[in-house]
Design a protein around this ligand. Structure first.
Ligand code: FBP
Ligand code: MG
Ligand code: MG
Length: 335
Protein backbone atom coordinates (compact mmCIF):
# COMPACT_ATOMS: atom_id res chain seq x y z
CA UNK A 1 0.00 0.00 0.00
CA UNK A 2 1.50 3.35 -1.07
CA UNK A 3 2.05 5.56 2.01
CA UNK A 4 0.32 8.89 1.54
CA UNK A 5 2.26 12.08 2.06
CA UNK A 6 5.44 10.59 0.79
CA UNK A 7 7.23 13.40 -1.07
CA UNK A 8 7.50 13.26 -4.86
CA UNK A 9 11.29 13.07 -4.52
CA UNK A 10 11.04 10.02 -2.27
CA UNK A 11 8.47 8.41 -4.55
CA UNK A 12 10.64 8.89 -7.64
CA UNK A 13 13.66 7.25 -5.98
CA UNK A 14 11.66 4.40 -4.44
CA UNK A 15 9.91 3.62 -7.72
CA UNK A 16 13.00 3.84 -9.87
CA UNK A 17 13.43 0.08 -9.69
CA UNK A 18 9.91 -0.61 -11.04
CA UNK A 19 10.91 1.17 -14.23
CA UNK A 20 12.48 -1.08 -16.91
CA UNK A 21 15.31 1.38 -17.70
CA UNK A 22 16.54 1.86 -14.14
CA UNK A 23 19.45 4.18 -14.97
CA UNK A 24 18.21 7.06 -12.81
CA UNK A 25 18.18 9.24 -15.92
CA UNK A 26 14.37 9.25 -16.07
CA UNK A 27 14.19 10.05 -12.34
CA UNK A 28 16.41 13.07 -12.83
CA UNK A 29 14.29 14.08 -15.82
CA UNK A 30 11.03 13.94 -13.82
CA UNK A 31 12.75 15.86 -11.05
CA UNK A 32 13.60 18.56 -13.61
CA UNK A 33 9.97 18.74 -14.69
CA UNK A 34 8.98 19.02 -11.02
CA UNK A 35 11.29 22.05 -10.71
CA UNK A 36 9.97 23.74 -13.87
CA UNK A 37 6.41 23.13 -12.63
CA UNK A 38 7.13 24.99 -9.42
CA UNK A 39 8.64 27.94 -11.29
CA UNK A 40 5.63 28.18 -13.63
CA UNK A 41 3.21 27.69 -10.72
CA UNK A 42 4.77 30.66 -8.95
CA UNK A 43 3.99 32.88 -11.96
CA UNK A 44 0.52 31.44 -12.60
CA UNK A 45 -0.48 32.20 -9.03
CA UNK A 46 0.47 35.85 -9.56
CA UNK A 47 -1.40 36.20 -12.86
CA UNK A 48 -3.11 39.60 -12.66
CA UNK A 49 -0.57 41.08 -10.26
CA UNK A 50 2.38 40.88 -12.61
CA UNK A 51 2.49 41.62 -16.33
CA UNK A 52 1.94 37.99 -17.28
CA UNK A 53 -1.64 38.04 -18.57
CA UNK A 54 -2.77 38.94 -22.06
CA UNK A 55 -1.42 38.22 -25.50
CA UNK A 56 2.32 38.14 -26.17
CA UNK A 57 1.76 39.64 -29.60
CA UNK A 58 2.96 36.65 -31.65
CA UNK A 59 1.15 33.80 -33.37
CA UNK A 60 2.44 30.26 -32.91
CA UNK A 61 2.69 27.52 -35.54
CA UNK A 62 -0.83 26.44 -34.50
CA UNK A 63 -2.09 29.77 -35.78
CA UNK A 64 -3.04 30.78 -32.23
CA UNK A 65 -2.25 34.08 -30.51
CA UNK A 66 0.39 33.20 -27.97
CA UNK A 67 -0.42 34.32 -24.45
CA UNK A 68 2.39 35.78 -22.33
CA UNK A 69 2.07 32.81 -19.99
CA UNK A 70 2.36 30.38 -22.94
CA UNK A 71 5.70 32.01 -23.79
CA UNK A 72 6.87 32.18 -20.16
CA UNK A 73 6.00 28.54 -19.41
CA UNK A 74 7.61 27.42 -22.68
CA UNK A 75 10.84 29.23 -21.82
CA UNK A 76 10.93 27.88 -18.24
CA UNK A 77 10.40 24.22 -19.20
CA UNK A 78 12.98 24.39 -22.01
CA UNK A 79 15.51 26.29 -19.90
CA UNK A 80 15.17 23.89 -16.95
CA UNK A 81 15.64 20.82 -19.15
CA UNK A 82 18.53 22.41 -21.08
CA UNK A 83 20.36 23.56 -17.94
CA UNK A 84 20.19 20.09 -16.48
CA UNK A 85 21.48 18.54 -19.68
CA UNK A 86 19.03 15.70 -19.11
CA UNK A 87 17.45 15.29 -22.56
CA UNK A 88 18.75 15.13 -26.13
CA UNK A 89 15.73 16.91 -27.62
CA UNK A 90 12.56 18.85 -26.86
CA UNK A 91 9.45 19.53 -28.93
CA UNK A 92 6.85 22.04 -27.81
CA UNK A 93 3.39 23.12 -28.90
CA UNK A 94 4.84 26.67 -28.90
CA UNK A 95 7.93 25.89 -31.03
CA UNK A 96 7.83 25.53 -34.83
CA UNK A 97 10.35 22.69 -34.83
CA UNK A 98 12.05 20.38 -32.35
CA UNK A 99 15.06 21.58 -30.38
CA UNK A 100 18.24 19.48 -30.32
CA UNK A 101 20.05 19.66 -26.98
CA UNK A 102 23.77 19.19 -27.85
CA UNK A 103 22.73 15.82 -29.28
CA UNK A 104 25.45 15.97 -31.98
CA UNK A 105 28.04 15.92 -29.15
CA UNK A 106 29.44 12.37 -29.12
CA UNK A 107 29.68 12.53 -25.34
CA UNK A 108 26.02 13.34 -24.93
CA UNK A 109 24.65 10.05 -23.64
CA UNK A 110 21.15 11.39 -22.98
CA UNK A 111 18.52 8.99 -24.24
CA UNK A 112 15.25 10.84 -23.72
CA UNK A 113 13.22 13.34 -25.72
CA UNK A 114 10.43 15.37 -24.14
CA UNK A 115 7.31 16.79 -25.79
CA UNK A 116 5.45 19.54 -23.93
CA UNK A 117 2.31 21.61 -23.97
CA UNK A 118 3.80 24.22 -21.66
CA UNK A 119 0.50 25.93 -20.89
CA UNK A 120 -2.78 24.14 -21.52
CA UNK A 121 -6.08 25.98 -21.41
CA UNK A 122 -4.61 29.29 -22.56
CA UNK A 123 -8.05 30.85 -23.04
CA UNK A 124 -8.57 30.60 -19.28
CA UNK A 125 -5.39 32.36 -18.13
CA UNK A 126 -6.85 35.87 -17.94
CA UNK A 127 -10.08 34.80 -16.25
CA UNK A 128 -8.58 32.97 -13.28
CA UNK A 129 -9.77 29.52 -14.32
CA UNK A 130 -7.48 26.51 -13.83
CA UNK A 131 -4.89 25.78 -16.48
CA UNK A 132 -2.18 23.14 -16.85
CA UNK A 133 1.04 21.90 -18.43
CA UNK A 134 1.43 18.51 -20.16
CA UNK A 135 4.55 16.38 -20.79
CA UNK A 136 5.31 13.20 -22.72
CA UNK A 137 8.64 11.32 -22.63
CA UNK A 138 10.17 8.83 -25.11
CA UNK A 139 13.53 7.12 -25.49
CA UNK A 140 15.24 8.28 -28.63
CA UNK A 141 15.25 5.84 -31.59
CA UNK A 142 18.32 7.35 -33.29
CA UNK A 143 21.77 6.33 -31.94
CA UNK A 144 23.04 8.13 -28.83
CA UNK A 145 25.73 10.70 -29.63
CA UNK A 146 24.23 11.51 -33.06
CA UNK A 147 21.99 14.49 -33.92
CA UNK A 148 18.40 13.97 -32.68
CA UNK A 149 15.97 13.49 -35.58
CA UNK A 150 12.28 14.07 -36.34
CA UNK A 151 11.77 10.29 -36.01
CA UNK A 152 12.71 10.54 -32.34
CA UNK A 153 9.56 12.65 -31.85
CA UNK A 154 7.16 11.00 -34.32
CA UNK A 155 6.80 7.84 -32.24
CA UNK A 156 3.44 6.18 -31.53
CA UNK A 157 1.98 6.97 -28.10
CA UNK A 158 2.34 3.31 -27.09
CA UNK A 159 6.13 3.92 -27.05
CA UNK A 160 5.90 6.57 -24.30
CA UNK A 161 7.98 5.75 -21.21
CA UNK A 162 6.34 8.42 -19.07
CA UNK A 163 3.68 11.12 -19.28
CA UNK A 164 1.96 13.55 -16.97
CA UNK A 165 0.45 16.93 -16.34
CA UNK A 166 0.49 19.72 -13.83
CA UNK A 167 -2.85 21.32 -12.98
CA UNK A 168 -2.69 24.84 -11.58
CA UNK A 169 -6.08 24.90 -9.87
CA UNK A 170 -7.47 25.29 -6.35
CA UNK A 171 -4.28 23.49 -5.49
CA UNK A 172 -1.38 22.65 -7.76
CA UNK A 173 -0.96 18.97 -8.56
CA UNK A 174 1.52 16.95 -10.59
CA UNK A 175 0.02 13.70 -11.91
CA UNK A 176 2.14 11.21 -13.84
CA UNK A 177 2.77 7.63 -14.95
CA UNK A 178 5.82 5.62 -15.95
CA UNK A 179 3.64 2.74 -17.06
CA UNK A 180 2.98 1.44 -13.55
CA UNK A 181 -0.27 3.17 -12.65
CA UNK A 182 -1.04 6.86 -12.11
CA UNK A 183 -0.15 8.86 -8.98
CA UNK A 184 -1.01 12.43 -8.02
CA UNK A 185 1.06 14.78 -5.88
CA UNK A 186 -0.17 18.03 -4.34
CA UNK A 187 2.16 21.01 -3.85
CA UNK A 188 2.40 22.40 -0.33
CA UNK A 189 3.06 26.03 -1.38
CA UNK A 190 4.37 26.97 2.07
CA UNK A 191 7.38 24.71 1.71
CA UNK A 192 7.39 24.14 -2.06
CA UNK A 193 7.16 20.35 -1.77
CA UNK A 194 4.91 17.96 -3.70
CA UNK A 195 3.33 15.25 -1.52
CA UNK A 196 1.64 12.02 -2.60
CA UNK A 197 -2.04 12.88 -2.15
CA UNK A 198 -3.74 10.69 -4.77
CA UNK A 199 -2.13 7.22 -4.98
CA UNK A 200 -3.21 4.83 -7.74
CA UNK A 201 -5.66 7.16 -9.46
CA UNK A 202 -8.31 5.36 -11.54
CA UNK A 203 -11.21 6.40 -13.76
CA UNK A 204 -14.48 4.94 -12.52
CA UNK A 205 -15.61 2.56 -15.30
CA UNK A 206 -18.78 4.62 -15.63
CA UNK A 207 -19.55 8.28 -14.92
CA UNK A 208 -22.24 10.98 -15.20
CA UNK A 209 -20.28 13.91 -16.60
CA UNK A 210 -19.74 14.79 -20.24
CA UNK A 211 -17.30 17.54 -21.30
CA UNK A 212 -17.61 18.97 -24.81
CA UNK A 213 -17.84 22.46 -26.31
CA UNK A 214 -21.52 22.29 -27.28
CA UNK A 215 -21.16 25.62 -29.01
CA UNK A 216 -19.79 23.60 -31.93
CA UNK A 217 -22.71 21.12 -31.86
CA UNK A 218 -24.14 21.84 -35.33
CA UNK A 219 -20.69 21.23 -36.87
CA UNK A 220 -20.15 17.84 -35.16
CA UNK A 221 -20.32 14.46 -36.96
CA UNK A 222 -23.68 12.63 -36.62
CA UNK A 223 -22.23 10.03 -34.23
CA UNK A 224 -21.12 12.72 -31.78
CA UNK A 225 -24.45 14.55 -32.01
CA UNK A 226 -26.24 11.25 -31.30
CA UNK A 227 -23.99 10.56 -28.32
CA UNK A 228 -24.57 14.06 -26.86
CA UNK A 229 -28.34 13.54 -27.26
CA UNK A 230 -27.94 10.19 -25.50
CA UNK A 231 -26.16 11.92 -22.58
CA UNK A 232 -29.05 14.43 -22.31
CA UNK A 233 -31.93 11.94 -22.44
CA UNK A 234 -34.18 11.39 -19.37
CA UNK A 235 -33.47 7.68 -19.18
CA UNK A 236 -31.83 5.26 -16.70
CA UNK A 237 -29.03 7.14 -14.95
CA UNK A 238 -29.22 10.03 -17.39
CA UNK A 239 -29.24 12.90 -18.16
CA UNK A 240 -25.54 13.29 -17.41
CA UNK A 241 -24.20 16.61 -16.14
CA UNK A 242 -22.45 18.87 -18.64
CA UNK A 243 -19.16 20.25 -17.32
CA UNK A 244 -16.68 21.99 -19.65
CA UNK A 245 -13.85 24.09 -18.20
CA UNK A 246 -12.13 24.61 -21.53
CA UNK A 247 -8.78 23.42 -20.15
CA UNK A 248 -8.13 19.82 -21.25
CA UNK A 249 -5.99 19.08 -18.17
CA UNK A 250 -8.65 20.33 -15.74
CA UNK A 251 -11.57 18.58 -17.49
CA UNK A 252 -9.52 15.33 -17.66
CA UNK A 253 -8.51 15.60 -13.98
CA UNK A 254 -12.09 16.10 -12.79
CA UNK A 255 -13.40 13.27 -14.96
CA UNK A 256 -10.65 10.91 -13.72
CA UNK A 257 -11.70 11.57 -10.11
CA UNK A 258 -15.49 11.69 -10.59
CA UNK A 259 -16.03 9.55 -13.73
CA UNK A 260 -16.74 11.24 -17.03
CA UNK A 261 -15.91 11.68 -20.69
CA UNK A 262 -14.14 14.49 -22.57
CA UNK A 263 -14.73 14.94 -26.28
CA UNK A 264 -13.02 17.24 -28.77
CA UNK A 265 -14.30 15.77 -32.04
CA UNK A 266 -13.55 16.78 -35.57
CA UNK A 267 -16.14 19.15 -37.04
CA UNK A 268 -17.01 20.83 -40.30
CA UNK A 269 -14.89 23.73 -38.97
CA UNK A 270 -11.89 21.68 -37.80
CA UNK A 271 -11.49 18.57 -39.98
CA UNK A 272 -9.02 16.91 -37.58
CA UNK A 273 -10.36 18.38 -34.34
CA UNK A 274 -8.24 20.84 -32.34
CA UNK A 275 -6.02 18.91 -29.95
CA UNK A 276 -2.43 18.01 -30.82
CA UNK A 277 -1.61 14.29 -31.00
CA UNK A 278 1.95 14.57 -29.64
CA UNK A 279 1.59 17.25 -26.91
CA UNK A 280 -1.94 16.64 -25.64
CA UNK A 281 -3.65 13.43 -26.85
CA UNK A 282 -0.84 10.85 -26.50
CA UNK A 283 0.18 11.83 -22.94
CA UNK A 284 -3.46 12.07 -21.75
CA UNK A 285 -4.24 8.75 -23.46
CA UNK A 286 -1.29 7.03 -21.70
CA UNK A 287 -2.53 8.38 -18.35
CA UNK A 288 -6.12 7.40 -19.12
CA UNK A 289 -5.20 3.81 -19.98
CA UNK A 290 -2.91 3.51 -16.96
CA UNK A 291 -5.90 4.70 -14.89
CA UNK A 292 -8.17 2.05 -16.42
CA UNK A 293 -9.85 4.59 -18.70
CA UNK A 294 -9.78 4.75 -22.49
CA UNK A 295 -8.83 7.17 -25.30
CA UNK A 296 -9.58 7.05 -29.03
CA UNK A 297 -10.38 9.22 -32.03
CA UNK A 298 -13.79 7.53 -32.11
CA UNK A 299 -12.47 4.54 -34.02
CA UNK A 300 -8.72 4.03 -33.37
CA UNK A 301 -6.85 3.82 -30.05
CA UNK A 302 -5.03 7.16 -29.78
CA UNK A 303 -1.73 5.52 -28.80
CA UNK A 304 -1.80 3.33 -31.96
CA UNK A 305 -2.05 6.31 -34.31
CA UNK A 306 1.13 6.70 -36.40
CA UNK A 307 2.28 10.35 -36.10
CA UNK A 308 3.23 12.00 -39.38
CA UNK A 309 3.79 15.63 -38.32
CA UNK A 310 5.00 17.40 -35.18
CA UNK A 311 1.87 19.53 -34.82
CA UNK A 312 -0.82 17.21 -36.21
CA UNK A 313 -4.26 17.30 -34.65
CA UNK A 314 -6.62 14.38 -34.05
CA UNK A 315 -10.21 13.99 -32.85
CA UNK A 316 -10.09 13.07 -29.16
CA UNK A 317 -12.48 11.10 -26.95
CA UNK A 318 -11.17 10.18 -23.50
CA UNK A 319 -12.40 9.12 -20.09
CA UNK A 320 -14.32 6.38 -18.29
CA UNK A 321 -14.02 3.15 -20.27
CA UNK A 322 -17.73 2.35 -20.66
CA UNK A 323 -18.56 5.94 -21.62
CA UNK A 324 -15.87 6.08 -24.33
CA UNK A 325 -17.04 2.70 -25.69
CA UNK A 326 -20.61 4.03 -25.83
CA UNK A 327 -19.49 7.09 -27.78
CA UNK A 328 -17.50 4.83 -30.15
CA UNK A 329 -20.63 2.71 -30.64
CA UNK A 330 -22.56 5.81 -31.75
CA UNK A 331 -19.70 6.77 -34.10
CA UNK A 332 -19.69 3.29 -35.70
CA UNK A 333 -23.50 3.22 -36.02
CA UNK A 334 -23.51 6.63 -37.69
CA UNK A 335 -21.10 5.54 -40.43
O1 FBP B 1 -12.18 26.79 -26.66
P1 FBP B 1 -12.34 25.41 -27.23
O2 FBP B 1 -12.41 25.39 -28.74
O3 FBP B 1 -13.46 24.66 -26.61
O4 FBP B 1 -10.99 24.63 -26.88
C1 FBP B 1 -10.65 24.33 -25.56
C2 FBP B 1 -9.57 23.31 -25.61
O5 FBP B 1 -8.43 23.89 -26.24
C3 FBP B 1 -7.31 23.86 -25.35
O6 FBP B 1 -7.23 25.07 -24.67
C4 FBP B 1 -6.09 23.64 -26.22
O7 FBP B 1 -4.94 23.72 -25.48
P2 FBP B 1 -3.95 24.99 -25.46
O8 FBP B 1 -4.54 25.98 -24.54
O9 FBP B 1 -2.69 24.36 -24.98
O10 FBP B 1 -3.82 25.50 -26.87
C5 FBP B 1 -7.63 22.73 -24.39
O11 FBP B 1 -7.00 22.84 -23.15
C6 FBP B 1 -9.13 22.86 -24.23
O12 FBP B 1 -9.75 21.68 -23.84
MG1 MG C 1 -3.22 22.36 -24.72
MG1 MG D 1 -0.81 25.09 -24.78
Amino acid sequence: MLRKNKTLGEFIIENQTSFKYTSGELSRLINSIRLAAKVVNHEVNKAGLVDIIGAAGDTNIQGEDQQKLDVYANEKFIQTLKNRNIVCGIASEEEDSFISINSQDKNNQNKYVVLIDPLDGSSNIDVNVSVGSIFSIYRRVSPVGTPVTLEDFLQKGNQQVAAGYIVYGTSTMLVYTTGDGVNGFTLNPAIGTFYLSHPNMEFPQDGHIYSVNEGNYIHFPKGIKDYIKYCQMEEEDRPYTSRYIGSLVSDFHRNMIKGGIYLYPKSSKTSDGKLRLLYECNPMAFLAEQAKGKASDGFTRIMDIEPTELHQRVPFICGSKNMVEKAEEFMRNAQ
